[in-house]
Design a protein around this ligand. Structure first.
Ligand SMILES: Cc1cc2nc3c(=O)[nH]c(=O)nc-3n(C[C@H](O)[C@H](O)[C@H](O)COP(=O)(O)OP(=O)(O)OC[C@H]3O[C@@H](n4cnc5c(N)ncnc54)[C@H](O)[C@@H]3O)c2cc1C
Length: 410
């Protein structure tokens, strides 16, 4: 039985998904002068949390994210089965976002720019029309048709618009992550832990991220298809065994379970077409080393919205007119993501013993080098310096991988 067609609505730009990419795109598109609708399938923004929310203080400042949305971090622990590194900064350089508060703040910012947010609205199909696109949605058991001159697909891993138009297929390489938000007896709100080695994850890592107060997030991420391991099962196991830094937390009381998927196929997708932009996880814009994509989703969401609205104002909805968006994000991150992918390939194959040695290399890095490394913000000068003149061969080899040379002769 077909559901009733309730109404048809027309906008300049329709954005699918009120995650960080979609809300940011909506904000900047409306600010640039377009009439914008933002469609979200869940009943509220960030109803389901699918991410751990670690990001960096420079990005928080760039986006002016308010203090109530994050917990700053200044000690960065990294542990393998038989090794441990603790690197600290004088002031916090990283932060763990309260994902709900941050995503809702982003959506509110868009609403204040007169974006019309439709929650509980699931996009089921998208077709091209002579004027742009039509999106078929269901909302409260009714069908609503949205007509748009430009569509921005910010639906994340699912990439609902691009898939419906037959432009992409499901990501083949991706990360699967499971996480408990918990209350613990002994929290250290200034310190995070990344945990590597077979017991944590055979192709990935585990983490303890502090949320402030006595709340932390404990999680496990697994690379697919490299490993068939179920991250939820492994998470239960490491929590029961109180492995590594989990032992220090004392009594653990579960609050909420999170599960999510993140693409890890590199920058394999084309991201602009006539009347269409792909952004955020839909575009595969994530740092593959630690699979973090929130700051890229916000930054390139804003660029996507601005470029789309400018195209509307010019009356040119062609791929060529939307191309500056793709040029912008490629210039900013393509090389970094390629470098990070090479390091990730090395990391995915490491045994426990090799991880213990890898941590010895990480110990050689100072705080700025360590953070640049984890963020995949490899500045050319520091990479060349490490790859060429670091006294230890192992460090030179790692940074030659980052640089894209084999390092055998270094
Ligand atoms: C386990 C895990 C841990 C992670 N940890 C971190 C981290 O610590 N730091 C970091 O920076 N990144 C992290 N990431 C990655 C980060 O979550 C993503 O890069 C980021 O969320 C991408 O934002 P987005 O807006 O593109 O997509 P999403 O956040 O996925 O938003 C997409 C939105 O579209 C909506 N939607 C989907 N389909 C439809 C539809 N048919 N109709 C309408 N709406 C729809 C969804 O409900 C959702 O609200 C993690 C990912 C995972 C899986």
């Amino acid at each position: 039985m077909r559901i009733a067609l309730a109404k048809e609505l027309s906008y300049d730009i329709v954005i699918v998904g009120a995650g960080p990419a979609g809300s940011s795109a909506a904000f900047s598109a409306a600010k640039t002068g377009a009439r914008v609708a933002l469609l979200e399938k869940e009943e509220t923004v960030a109803q389901t949390v699918r991410t751990s929310g670690v990001t960096w203080m420079d990005s928080i400042k760039e986006f002016e994210i308010p203090e109530y949305c994050y917990n700053p971090v200044k000690n960065y622990g990294f542990c393998s089965p038989r090794n441990e590194v603790m690197i600290s900064s004088n002031t916090p350089m990283a932060a763990v976002l309260d994902v709900r508060k941050t995503y809702r703040w982003l959506a509110e910012k868009a609403k204040k720019q007169d974006v019309e947010l439709y929650t509980g609205t699931v996009v089921t199909e998208v077709t091209r029309t002579p004027y742009g696109m039509t999106l078929y949605t269901t909302s409260n058991k009714e069908e609503i048709l949205f007509h748009a001159k430009i569509v921005i697909d910010a639906s994340g891993f699912q990439s609902v618009v691009a898939k419906s138009l037959g432009l992409v297929t499901q990501w083949k390489r991706f990360g699967a992550g499971a996480e408990y938000e918990v209350e613990v007896e002994n929290a250290d709100p200034d310190t995070w832990w990344l945990m590597v080695g077979q017991d944590y994850s055979p192709a990935g890592y585990a983490w303890v991220f502090p949320m402030g107060g006595k709340i932390v997030r404990i999680g496990v991420g697994v690379g697919k298809p490299e490993s068939t391991l179920d991250p939820t099962e492994r998470l239960e196991q490491i929590m029961q065994k109180k492995l590594g830094p989990i032992a220090k937390l004392g009594k653990i009381t579960q609050i909420e379970f999170h599960y999510g998927l993140i693409p890890n196929d590199g920058l394999s997708r084309k991201t602009v077409y006539d009347n269409l932009i792909l952004v955020g996880d839909t575009a595969g814009q994530a740092n593959p080393l630690v699979l973090e994509g929130i700051r890229y989703a916000i930054r390139f969401g804003r660029v996507a919205g601005e470029v789309a609205a400018s195209a509307i104002l010019k009356g040119d909805l062609s791929e060529r007119s939307l191309k500056p968006y793709e040029e912008n994000w490629k210039k900013a991150i393509q090389k970094k993501i390629e470098s990070a992918s090479r390091v990730q390939t090395r990391w995915i194959g490491l045994s426990d013993k090799e991880w213990d040695k890898e941590l010895d290399i990480i110990k050689e890095l100072n705080i700025d080098e360590f953070l640049d490394f984890i963020k995949a913000d490899f500045s050319l000068a520091s990479i060349i310096k490490m790859a060429v003149s670091h006294p230890k061969l192992a460090v030179r080899q790692l940074f030659n991988i980052v640089k894209g040379t084999t390092g055998k002769s270094s």
